[in-house]
Ligand binder design. Structure first.
Ligand SMILES: [Zn+2]
Length: 348
């Protein structure tokens, strides 16, 4: 949807500033004029030179009144002549925080409806960008939930095209935990744990996946992507030793939303931005990527326990929306995490 100039939140914000400036001018200038008039009057009385000074006093008083009234008069005249506000006046009238928020939500709603029908990645991108702008947390969650449902449908449809086995988790080793923890956390000996049931289990990409986001990766997608909303607790799948981030490694990459090109292809490859790697011994390593900026709680050399929170999920790097890219490597070769982790892994 293309917004009219006075329905654009960015332009309305500018007009909010203009509105404040007009209000200040409308009050300050008349006050200055009246003060000046009073001074002239006092002087004139003291010096007995009445006529000329009184004219000046009257001029200043009239000017003060006019400046005070001008914005109101323009509004009234505009209403009478055109049957309503128009152009820039309309912008000024609409420029309130409440209105801006309403417009943002209405806009997001439209984009969400479009992608629900089209099930296209490009529309999903537009909808995510529009929903991101919503300030109200409840409304944001309401629309994000709908987008997540649409995304799951898109992912399943794409996966069925490249005949990826989907749906069933095949856990062959109960010793590993699903890498997204519960919402609730507990602190034990200064370490944060989120051991309860995972707050997110939705898959947005499979191992070896050749879906439209991961096309062109050569051997396919060497991990699983879990559609964890921004700020979900990412936990150590098993205990081990952190080997990344090393000292001085960058962990402040901002969230980004990668846009498909005109052919629906994604042209960014590889940047996993803020991430953690844990070495579990026996040739096994796990990697947790696209974490939210500056939320990584561990560093190379730390020993972490199973279920310990290592950071929060986000959308940093080459990512189309908040998710956890969870990768497992056995003796340097990537393996399908769904052979190890399951969303029903038992937890204490
Ligand atoms: Zn991934």
């Amino acid at each position: 949807m293309i917004l009219g100039i006075c329905e654009s939140p960015e332009i309305l914000r500018v007009f909010m500033v203009i509105k404040v400036i007009i209000k200040i001018i409308k009050i300050i200038v008349p006050i200055l004029l009246l003060v000046s008039a009073a001074l002239t009057f006092t002087k004139a009385v003291a010096n007995g030179e009445n006529k000329k000074a009184m004219q000046s006093v009257i001029r200043k008083c009239i000017a003060a009144l006019v400046i005070f009234m001008v914005p109101t008069l323009i509004g009234i005249i505009s209403n009478l002549t055109s049957g309503g506000y128009s152009g820039a006046l309309n912008c000024i009238k609409n420029a309130s925080t409440e209105n801006i928020n309403k417009i943002i939500v209405a806009d997001a709603e439209k984009y969400v409806e479009v992608v629900k029908k089209s099930k296209s990645r490009a529309d999903l991108y537009n909808a995510r960008v529009a929903v991101q702008k919503i300030d109200d947390a409840d409304k944001y969650n309401y629309y994000e939930k709908q987008l997540n449902e649409v995304e799951t449908e898109i992912v399943r449809e794409e996966a069925s095209k490249y005949q990826q086995t989907i749906g069933d988790f095949v856990s062959t080793d109960a010793g590993w935990w699903w890498p997204v923890g519960s919402k609730e956390t507990t602190s034990i000996d200064g370490k944060l744990f989120a051991k309860g049931s995972p707050s997110a289990t939705r898959l947005t990409a499979y191992f070896g996946g050749n879906d439209s986001v991961h096309q062109g990766l050569g051997g396919g997608h060497g991990a699983i992507d879990i559609g964890a909303g921004r700020g979900s607790n990412v936990i150590a799948s098993k205990s081990g030793t952190v080997i990344y981030p090393t000292r001085g490694a960058r962990i402040d990459y901002p969230d980004s939303y990668i846009k498909p090109d005109a052919n629906g292809k994604y042209n960014c490859r590889g940047l996993i931005a803020n991430y953690v790697i844990i070495d579990h011994g026996n040739g096994m390593k796990t990697q947790y990527s696209h974490l939210y900026k500056n939320t990584i709680l561990v560093k190379a050399g730390d020993h972490v326990e199973q279920g310990q929170v290592i950071g929060l999920s986000g959308s940093s790097g080459c990512s189309t929306g908040p998710h956890l890219h969870f990768q497992m490597e056995l003796n340097g070769k990537r393996v399908d995490p769904l052979k190890y982790v399951s969303n029903s892994n038992p937890r204490p």
